[in-house]
Design a protein around this ligand. Structure first.
Ligand SMILES: Cc1cc2nc3c(=O)[nH]c(=O)nc-3n(C[C@H](O)[C@H](O)[C@H](O)COP(=O)(O)O)c2cc1C
Length: 148
């Protein structure tokens, strides 16, 4: 995957006063997205429904973070963590995500994620931490090349 679009470096600021919600089936395919989640991700709600949630996966995210997320979910635990997401226009946004099961009559039917904004200091901290984690695990290292 190559990201040389200029939008790749543009951040979308996540609103603090709105709920940012998506739900998936048990395989991680999106079953519901609210307008705010679709908006900050640069999509229309309709474009997201039925798609794998990795549609917003940013290449700066270490694989192990999502492996841990899925391990927690499979063990019926909620997962909370910091996620950098990729917008449709290749820009990005940072959130704190709380992902957990949706139960109907005590049976796990879906997963849901609720997101809130994080501070600038946290973004810097997690960008560095995730860069190091990817480097440790031999994952893609981001290089920014400025062209005239
Ligand atoms: C409810 C729910 C919400 C999720 N939200 C995100 C998200 O915002 N961004 C993201 O990259 N992955 C999210 N995931 C994880 C993806 O399903 C996927 O595991 C991840 O993007 C990594 O892609 P991969 O599993 O194809 O490697 C979510 C999963 C669930 C169950």
């Amino acid at each position: 995957m190559e990201f040389n679009e200029s939008e790749f470096l543009i951040e979308t600021i996540v609103p603090s006063e709105e709920l940012i919600i998506s739900r998936t089936d048990l395989k991680g395919n999106i079953t519901y997205a609210n307008e705010t989640f679709a908006n900050i991700s640069g999509y229309k709600v309709d474009e997201l429904i039925g798609k794998s949630h990795n549609i917003v996966r940013h290449p700066d995210m270490p694989k192990i973070i999502f492996e841990e997320m899925w391990q927690s979910l499979k063990a019926n635990n909620r997962w909370e963590g910091i996620v950098k997401n990729l917008r449709k226009d290749k820009g990005y946004y940072w959130v704190n995500a709380v992902v957990s099961g949706v139960y109907k009559d005590n049976v796990l039917v879906e997963y849901k994620s609720l997101r809130t904004p994080i501070s600038f200091e946290e973004k810097v901290k997690f960008q560095k931490m995730y860069d190091e984690m990817r480097s440790l695990h031999g994952e893609n290292i981001r290089q920014i090349i400025y062209k005239n």
